[in-house]
Design a protein around this ligand. Structure first.
Ligand SMILES: [Zn+2]
Length: 123
């Protein structure tokens, strides 16, 4: 699986990327995969099923399927548009961001970057 695919779990478990507190939702209900511009959704063994509602037609997902931001998904009895789902995604963990320079207060009272010269007193 290429590493560029981001996968997010949807479910009642608060640890899910998209937690939905509803009794009709399984703890791990469905998974959304972002693969570049492509969005795919699959049910991960939920009790009440995941449904794709497109152009007024609802059908149960039995495999991973490509969806569009205009589609609506139903998890148990909860309906969300794909766009709403994407809006609710927690941002993925930042890829090892450079450590921020720590600011300290110099003896002279100015705030300076640790390890650099103070703009106030030059120390
Ligand atoms: Zn100083």
């Amino acid at each position: 699986m290429p590493p560029s695919v981001l996968r997010y779990l949807i479910g009642r478990d608060p640890g899910c990327a998209i937690p939905i507190a509803d009794d009709s939702i399984s703890r791990r209900h469905a998974q959304i995969a972002l693969d570049g511009a492509q969005i795919r959704v699959e049910d991960v063994g939920s009790s009440n099923g995941t449904f794709l509602i497109r152009q007024g037609q609802s059908r149960k997902l039995d495999k991973e399927e490509i969806v569009f931001s205009t589609d609506t998904l139903q998890f148990g009895s909860v309906q969300l548009t794909v766009k709403e789902l994407l809006d609710n995604l927690k941002p993925p963990p930042a890829p090892s961001a450079a450590p921020k320079a720590s600011m300290i207060r110099c003896a002279c009272g100015m705030v300076k970057t640790q390890g650099e010269k103070c703009p106030g007193c030059g120390q």
